[in-house]
Design a protein around this ligand. Structure first.
Ligand code: ATP
Ligand code: MG
Length: 424
């Protein structure tokens, strides 16, 4: 036997017991996006490294230590995408989708970050990304939140998530606040941990959301971002809250919510759960009015979010499990003629009732063995064909999940009978 080759650490196979959750989530997402009038866009998984350096920021965790970067055969530096917003903006500029118009876009697919693998944190993971362009007003920020709230309801996980909200203000307000924060923290530098000391130079706002309790205590008395907001941002935030209140969305304003990426301004938000341990953020986003210009396009307002599909699937498994089965109908056939007849019957069922999942018993086996397989498949009904049934053009219908007498129906009545039994 050759040596086994294993998957790359942090890159997961999604197994057949899990794909029903993905299918459910994906189907609801597609419908939801359409219901709000958003269009799908698909971007490549690999981009020039420069794109992420410029969009996400040179001194962010993602660019500093999490990117899968390599040289192409012609020497260009490329990276597997660590997130989708940069690619989406790049594509929008490249194809003239953003200038002087509105766009409401979404995409779904794998992202790659070289992080320490643990529950809810992987090296290949999947995101749904939603991005809007050309709308400056807070109504669209509110809509992004409303549509996510609707999703949690549809998935049955709405009781397990809470919304946190903050405003980062204009770039200028943020820069002023940054100076004030650095001034406050600099004399305390020695008391900060190594990460925060580094961030004091590179990305001081991130110190606010440090998980280290000692650092948290130090920043408790730091100047407050809310006191530095510009008037327009204050109004924008108030209007956003007014729309959310009017729609019954409950949220907590978290002044320390700053997000890890460089490009946000004004609104930022996160949906968080306490059911998944440390990796509790399932969806995060905000406004990024400056990014398009930063990437060489015309100045374009933008607002969006990304959600972590693995974390949402984990929450569904925990809170709203779905019953998983391989089939709705299982055909049991005893004898060579019956085996052929069962294949014909199954084909006819698939033509007439395409919404059902129909499995044939293959490889023979006695009644007992075949019924065991039928039961294991999770099917509601076993359809039984033996030599006699072939002669009489009949099918036995056996209830696998209810205590009911087996029926004998003619092949010509089979479709109607199944429709009645399964309420189709
Ligand atoms: P975190 O604070 O958990 O590292 P982040 O701020 O890096 O998250 P974003 O870049 O905002 O995350 O990505 C949006 C969402 O994608 C996150 O809220 C999370 O649900 C998911 N996500 C991010 N990184 C990973 C990962 N390595 N594995 C699985 N899901 C992830
Ligand atoms: Mg991260």
């Amino acid at each position: 036997m050759g040596q086994k080759i294993q998957a790359i650490r942090g890159m997961n196979d999604i197994l057949p017991q899990q794909t029903p959750y993905w299918h459910k989530l994906e189907a609801i997402l597609r419908q939801l996006m359409a219901a709000y009038g958003y269009n799908e866009i698909r971007m490549p998984i690999v981009e020039k490294t420069q794109l992420f350096k410029r969009a996400v920021g040179e001194v962010t965790d993602i660019v500093e230590k999490e990117m899968y970067t390599f040289d192409d055969r012609n020497g260009d530096s490329l990276s597997l995408r660590p997130e989708g917003t940069a690619s989406c903006v790049r594509a929008g500029i490249e194809h003239g989708l953003l200038y002087n118009q509105e766009q409401r876009l979404w995409y779904m697919g794998p992202m790659f970050r070289h992080e320490r693998p643990q529950k809810g944190r992987y090296r290949q993971f999947h995101q749904l990304g939603v991005e809007t362009f050309g709308i400056a007003t807070p109504d669209v920020d509110a809509e992004l939140i409303l549509l996510t709230a609707r999703l949690w309801k549809a998935l049955g996980i709405d009781d397990s998530v809470v919304l946190e909200l903050n405003s980062l203000g204009s770039n200028e307000a943020r820069a002023n606040y940054r100076d004030a924060l650095v001034e406050f923290l600099s004399p305390l530098k020695e008391q900060l941990d190594e990460d925060s000391q580094k961030r004091l130079q590179t990305n001081p706002l991130r110190i606010l959301d440090s998980k280290n309790p000692e650092v948290q205590q130090l920043v408790a008395d730091a100047p407050k971002l809310a006191d530095y907001l510009d008037t327009e941002s204050v109004e924008h935030f108030a209007r956003l809250r007014q729309i959310l209140d009017a729609n019954g969305i409950v949220y907590k304003v978290n002044q320390k919510l700053v997000r890890g990426l460089d490009y946000y301004n004004r609104t930022v938000f996160e949906w968080v759960t306490d059911k998944l341990g440390a990796q509790g953020t399932i969806c995060a986003g905000g406004r990024y009015d400056g990014l398009t210009e930063q990437l060489g396009g015309h100045a374009t307002c933008a607002s969006g979010f990304a959600m972590g599909i693995e974390r949402i699937v984990a929450l569904m498994e925990e809170i709203a499990p779905i019953e998983i089965s391989d089939a709705d109908l299982y055909l049991v056939a005893i004898g060579e003629d019956a085996e052929i007849s069962a294949i014909q019957v199954a084909e006819q069922l698939r033509t007439e009732l395409p919404q059902l999942r129909v499995r044939n018993n293959f490889g023979g086996g006695n009644f007992k063995k075949q019924f065991k397989r039928a039961d294991k498949s999770g099917a509601q009904l076993a359809l039984v064909i033996g030599e006699q049934e072939v002669k009489d053009k009949q099918v036995g219908v056996k209830f696998l999940r209810e205590h009911k007498e087996q029926l004998m129906v003619s092949q010509s009545d089979l479709i109607e009978t199944i429709k009645q039994i399964l309420n189709l």
